[in-house]
Design a protein around this ligand. Structure first.
Ligand SMILES: [Zn+2]
Length: 247
């Protein structure tokens, strides 16, 4: 019964006009933001930290790092985010993550192409930050894996949805301090043995939806570097930028 209802709902969706990612208003094309939400989003462009992509308020010389990346060099080489994690992008990300809006994946992939053009041009392998199997079972899909496989097809990269494995279930990072987040995910990821050879000396891209403190992608990048990856770059849909954090 459930399946029948699901199919008829999808058939109905095809007859409806495309909806904006964020507000649900009629959009010009499927998998897009409407013009109003697009205008209200803050897309991240130069100048930014050469490593973690934190936006700078003023022009800086090329290769400049933010204070955080100077203090402790991350395991990842680059992070690039399409937009700031603020409304209306925030609502769109949440419905992509929890609201079954898997149709958004191609649209997000297009935004990530803009933010990560240079990274995509020299990458070999692309992989999502994995969900724990129990969480994947509950949500039914890994939102980062949908974007990752979309980009692998467009840029002829090796799509490795199971490149990284979670060694243990970690508690949700929400509400944790930066230090607690690092501790929570430290050593939580490992590189799948079937990719050990494929990773050596290669340029790897990791896909995630939101970059908050970077603890999760740091743990993933560290595992990949230990496995012999040449570079690890991270592409995320949105990045948290706290007031006062912009240099
Ligand atoms: Zn930085």
């Amino acid at each position: 019964m459930g399946v029948v209802m699901d199919i008829s709902r999808r058939a109905l969706d095809l007859l409806l006009p495309p909806q904006c990612f964020s507000c649900g208003a009629v959009a010009t094309e499927p998998g897009r933001l409407c013009n109003v939400c697009f205008r209200d989003s803050t897309f991240i462009t130069d100048p930014m930290c050469a490593c973690c992509g934190l936006p700078f308020e003023f022009e800086v010389e090329a290769g400049r790092l933010c204070g955080v990346c100077v203090a402790v060099q991350p395991s990842y080489d680059h992070v690039r985010a399409a937009a700031r994690y603020e409304e209306p992008i925030r609502s769109a990300v949440l419905s992509f993550k929890h609201g079954d809006r898997t149709d958004m994946a191609p649209g997000w992939a297009t935004l990530l192409e803009r933010a990560g053009r240079e990274i995509l041009a020299r990458a070999d392998i692309i992989a999502p930050v994995p969900l724990h199997p129990r969480r994947l079972w509950r949500r039914r899909y890994n939102q980062a894996a949908l974007i990752s496989s979309e980009l692998s097809g467009r840029h002829h990269l090796l799509d490795a949805p199971d490149l990284l494995l979670r060694k243990r279930m970690t508690r949700s990072q929400g509400g944790l301090s930066a230090t607690a987040r690092r501790r929570n995910v430290r050593g939580a990821f490992t590189v799948n043995d079937i990719y050990r050879q494929a990773v050596t000396g290669q340029n790897v891209i990791i896909i995630d939806d939101v970059f908050t403190t970077g603890a999760t992608v740091e743990a993933c990048a560290r595992a990949l570097k230990l496995a012999g990856a040449e570079t690890v770059s991270v592409l995320v849909v949105a990045r948290v930028v706290r007031s006062g954090q912009v240099h």
